[in-house]
Ligand binder design. Sequence first.
Ligand code: ADP
Length: 398
Amino acid sequence: MIDAILVLNVGSSSLKFAVYPQTSATHAALLRGKIAEIGSNPVFSAHDAASIAVPENRFPPLNRAMILDDVVPKLLDWLKTYHGGFTIVAAGHRVVHGGRHHGGPARVTDALMAELDALVPLAPMHQPHSLKAIRCIAVQTPEMPQVACFDTSFHRTQDRLAQLFALPRALSDEGILRYGFHGLSYEYIASVLSAHLGDRAAGRVIVAHLGNGASMCAMKERRSVANSMGFTALDGLMMGRRCGTLDAGVILYLLEEKGLTTQEVTTLLYRSSGLLGVSGISNDMGVLEASEAPEAQEAIDLYCYRAAGELAALATAIGGLDALVFTAGVGENSALIRKRICDRLLWMGVVLNSVENDGNASRISSVYSAIDVLVIPTDEEAIIARATQLLTIAAAVA
Ligand code: ADP
């Protein structure tokens, strides 16, 4: 039996998990899986280190009444009986918001949990779920060390200007700032950039994380200089269900003239906008690409138009562009979206090799392109595993 780290990446309705050897968390995961559609139609899927699928019936039955509080203990119990040759000795979690002061991961303590609870209003669709997962593990195995890894940490290297809104100073001083998110994904991409780009990895790079949530990060020397998300995960790019950047006057109008409640506005901005709102069909890019409805095509056009515009603004923050990286579900898999975005960047010297792009190759730019364009699969779980290894083994030695 080897000691292992359990990594949990909990979303609003799904839980991704991975198990890594504790002493070599840079290695591939021993087991990876997902419980999707929690609260509606939970589905378990997993595969081992050899990519062999774990039969769904090896996991205890799930039903639609189950919420995260039921699923996490079930997963912990199941891992004890899995016969994978490991024992879970520590847990690492993706936590969306770490506030102003966490520039890196932190060991979970009561004080930390109180701090993270206070940030729930800044990430209402994400933060409560990760905190719940931490508490479920603490109840079941109170002695197990846990580590919180924040999506905001990677962006704490940004200059003050990149973090400020043009609001009265007192509000900035109390923490109404641009925090930025998807930092664990950006940290992973930054960690593998040299393998793809050599010395150019230290240059001006923009990473486009295009998943259900979507953002971009402008890096220099593999550190975050600016990004498209702000105070909450609503800002910036158009997303699956979120609107992205919006004239704040629209919100005032919805509240004052249309009489919407703040809860209704929250649902509108987080759940009913973006690709779903514009198309009226789906938040899923694959579904929209397959649709011939003009509304689906308009949603895709707007997504790419907005993405190209955001990218150009971020390029200004780093004084130009040497490389563009696409990652996450849409970025890694959709040749159409990469092409539509890159076609709008021809003026910057971005030229794709259409054969490589259609094949989801890791380098998709043409030899005539002034800018390297790459597709790199992200791995947030690997970053969480490494952080958990460092903070738990170091603590055990001390
Ligand atoms: P999350 O932010 O939940 O981790 P993902 O990174 O898995 O999401 O991205 C999910 C998105 O990726 C969905 O909109 C899905 O349609 C899209 N996607 C996945 N594969 C493809 C594909 N082959 N073509 C177009 N879109 C795809």
